[in-house]
Write a protein that binds this ligand. Structure first.
Ligand code: FNR
Length: 369
């Protein structure tokens, strides 16, 4: 078997994207952008990782142009010339050292709590007014509001290409707005955006189609999705491979180039009777390249999806990952928390300097280093 370094440092070639290796920085909200604008510190933060062998950076989630898109303080937005100029500085900094970068465009939907900027009185928006199943606490979106949000995603993707990003990732995971449309527990609509698990892809499909019309054919569109929700880790959008195939088909046809399949532990099989994980199944079903993620290099604890108390894998055991890479179960591997503490994590992986990898610690959240 090839070593983990050999496997991760094979170049990646696909129809629309070429990368020097298989390592991707996972999108991670950092809350370090006062006034919603990415500053020089943000550019330096991403550049540091690009300069140390991170093949592709996916930025922190960045809200599209809608009054209810943001849910958290200090998050850089993806609209307004001031914020877009900040993002241009980020792109240039990453390109300067030979890296590649895509923004993760985002609408938090019902996860928005009152009090958040820009208009504190604006409630969370959701498909049917539910924040979680049975809890009617949010604004149920009208058709024209749905159309506004689709347009906001399309504009963000167009701006991403104009600014020189290497593609765009749509945040369709973790119980945020697009995922709320996917999820039958909170999407009770009776129009074309509701219905069975295939019908519930309609909102995402229209976003992808709108984006495809506004960016060039060669511009990669990545969709991040997850079975689980922050509101309920046990939810599964698809119960079987057959259901997953039906769910993925309209998304693929709409124009997704790469699927970013968010799981909390990459080694967990998705369905009975096969060891394939979600990225494995998604690649097998769609034939598209996929990104896996979830506790690479970390000893997963029982906590939430970001499990801030996680620690580095003591014996740096990458065998489970190597086996799956060797079988080409998926194409790319996203690294989240491990890259927060150690911007040089990917270079250390390349050299096999496992003992030099800095241990993940919650303290790393305090700065943008
Ligand atoms: C995240 N994650 C995340 N995911 C996403 O799609 N958009 C986001 O903005 C964020 N924000 C975020 C912030 C922080 C501090 C953490 C730790 C995580 C999830 C992240 O992309 C990744 O899927 C998980 O962290 C699992 O990967 P690791 O950390 O186990 O490698």
């Amino acid at each position: 078997m090839s070593s983990i370094q050999e496997l991760l440092f094979r170049p990646f070639e696909s129809e629309k994207l070429s990368l020097p290796n298989r390592l991707v920085m996972a999108p991670m909200t950092r809350n370090h952008s006062p006034n919603w604008i990415p500053e020089q510190a943000t550019a330096d933060y991403y550049q540091r990782r690009a300069a140390h062998d991170t093949g592709l950076i996916i930025t922190e989630g960045t809200p599209v142009n809608h009054i209810a898109s943001n849910g958290y303080p200090g998050v850089p937005r993806f609209f307004g010339e001031d914020a877009l100029a900040g993002w241009k500085n980020v792109v240039d900094a990453v390109h300067e050292v030979g890296g590649k970068i895509m923004p993760q465009i985002w609408h938090v939907g019902s996860m928005r709590k009152a009090g958040m900027p820009p208009e504190p009185e604006v409630p969370g928006y959701s498909p049917s007014g539910y924040s979680t199943p049975g809890k009617l606490r949010c604004h149920a979106m009208t058709d024209s509001e749905v159309a506004d949000v689709i347009e906001a995603f399309a504009q963000a993707a167009e701006d991403a290409q104009r600014l020189g990003f290497d593609g765009v990732e749509i945040h369709g995971a973790h119980g945020y707005l697009i995922d709320q449309f996917f999820w039958g527990g909170v999407n009770l609509r009776t129009d074309k955006y509701g219905g069975d698990y295939v019908a519930r892809t309609r909102f995402a499909v229209e976003i992808i189609e709108a984006i495809r019309k506004r960016v060039s054919e060669s511009f990669p569109v990545v969709l991040r999705y997850s079975q689980w929700k922050q509101q309920d880790y046990s939810v599964k959008l698809a119960q079987t491979p057959d259901e997953l195939a039906k769910f993925l088909e309209p998304l693929t046809n709409a124009g997704v180039d790469i699927f970013d399949c968010s799981t909390r532990r990459f080694w967990e099989q998705e369905f009975e009777d096969s060891t394939l994980n979600l990225a494995g199944w998604t690649k097998k079903i769609t034939g598209k390249p996929t990104i896996t993620v979830g506790s690479v290099g970390l000893k997963g604890g029982p906590g939430g999806f970001t499990d801030l108390a996680a620690t580095n894998e003591a014996d740096h055991d990458f065998d489970k990952l190597a086996e799956r890479l060797e079988r080409e179960e998926f194409d790319l591997v996203a690294i989240g928390r491990a890259l927060l503490s150690d911007p040089e994590w990917c270079s250390k992986m390349k050299r096999g300097a496992f003992d030099d990898m800095k241990a993940y610690s919650m303290q790393s959240l305090g700065t943008l280093y």
